[in-house]
Design a protein around this ligand. Structure first.
Ligand code: AMP
Ligand code: MG
Length: 351
């Protein structure tokens, strides 16, 4: 399949591009598009056959449900059988924005979208290109991240091209994504907001709006199966195995240097994903091309926005192992570490 790549410079001036891409979606084809979190791979969310195409293109396990993307409040009612008072609060406070609400599903939503669950994930993205596309399609758009299953999510059109060229009809290139980690997923079926996946809308932000907020036990280390099925799969993995190192900032340079020397002595080629300050210090032991900088230490916005690109930057580099600098887990740090730990398959060294 020939993949058409369309650069979006001005949403209002490019009506024709959106009409075309919207028609592809309505007719069950696949279109990748930017959102404020990561790039999505979209199709008609009310068409089971079309949704099967998403699972095929990504190699995604069929029990891992898709989120339905809507362009406005009215479209929420097309997919959700009930909008609970809790969901209304979240809609008013955070939508459009990087948050997905789980609500009871309408029968119009195919079982293949929800992995057979009785709930549907609904999200209203805060990105002009995404919303113009959904509006042009005229249907809710089912869209997981536009990567091959298991790989880091794409936060640039180039990363989508790397994974999806030849597998899908259209890629809308809207430049890099603002947040860089996937949406916060919140179960809104009851009166307690239960966070199933942390994201840019943090627990602290939800607590300001909802009277009760809880974390899914699987997120806080309990030995239970996560309620967001996607959270149980290997995810966000770079091509070389990654190990994280966590410790006080002043201990990190020494800990990394020691570990790098150890690995090198066994003949391994090492790459690192670290903050700017640590990168400077590691230049003494590693060549610059195997040092990926994800941002400034403590600047979670910057780190979230660059994490997946840093992981992907090693795809075509000759490294045997990767070491990553863990962040703290307050605020947005929780979402960062949730993804980074999965990238590392849970391998973390405490110093
Ligand atoms: P992705 O779009 O690739 O970020 O993945 C979507 C995530 O949303 C996965 O982790 C799914 O498990 C989760 N999800 C979507 N719909 C539901 C639902 N109805 N119930 C629980 N989790 C869901
Ligand atoms: Mg994904």
């Amino acid at each position: 399949m020939q993949t058409k790549i369309v650069k979006i410079n001005d949403v209002r001036e490019q009506e024709k591009d959106f009409e075309e891409a919207g028609a592809v979606i309505r007719n069950g084809g696949l279109v990748a598009f930017p959102t404020e979190t990561v790039y999505g791979l979209g199709t008609n969310g009310l068409n089971a056959e079309a949704c099967a195409g998403i699972y095929r293109a990504k190699g995604r396990p069929s029990d891992n449900p898709l989120i339905l993307h809507v362009c406005d409040r009215a479209m929420v009612d097309v997919v959700a059988a009930e909008v609970t008072p809790l969901a209304e609060k979240i809609l008013a406070a955070f939508c459009p924005g990087p948050i997905t609400m789980l609500l009871p599903k309408r029968s119009a939503v195919p079982d293949s979208v929800t992995g057979g669950l009785g709930t549907v994930g609904v999200r209203m993205p805060d990105n002009d290109t995404a919303r113009a596309l959904i509006r042009a399609a005229g249907v809710p758009v089912a869209a997981p991240s536009a990567n091959i299953s298991g790989r880091p999510s794409p936060t640039t059109a180039e990363a989508v091209v790397a994974d999806m060229e030849g597998r899908i009809s259209v890629i809308l290139d809207g430049g890099p994504c603002r947040f860089g980690v996937e949406s916060t997923i919140v179960d809104c079926t009851g009166d307690t907001a239960v966070i199933l996946r942390p994201g840019a809308v943090t627990r602290e932000m939800l607590e300001e709006v909802c009277s009760r907020v809880e974390m899914d036990p699987a997120l806080v280390g309990a030995d239970t199966v996560p309620r967001a099925p996607g959270m149980k799969y290997t995810h966000y993995a770079p091509k070389a195995p990654l190990t994280l190192i966590h410790g006080k900032p002043e201990m990190l340079a020494e800990a990394f240097t020691k570990k790098i020397r150890e690995e090198k002595s066994t003949g391994k080629k090492v790459g690192v994903i670290v903050s700017r300050g640590l990168a400077e210090k590691l230049k003494e032991v590693l060549p610059a091309e195997v040092i990926a900088v994800y941002g400034t230490q403590g600047n979670y916005q910057e780190i979230a926005a660059h994490l997946y690109e840093a992981l992907r930057s090693f795809d075509h580099k000759d490294v045997d192992i990767l070491l990553g600098e863990a962040t703290e887990e307050d605020g947005l740090g929780l979402a960062i570490m949730n993804r980074f730990r999965k990238s590392a398959g849970g391998r973390i060294i405490e110093v």
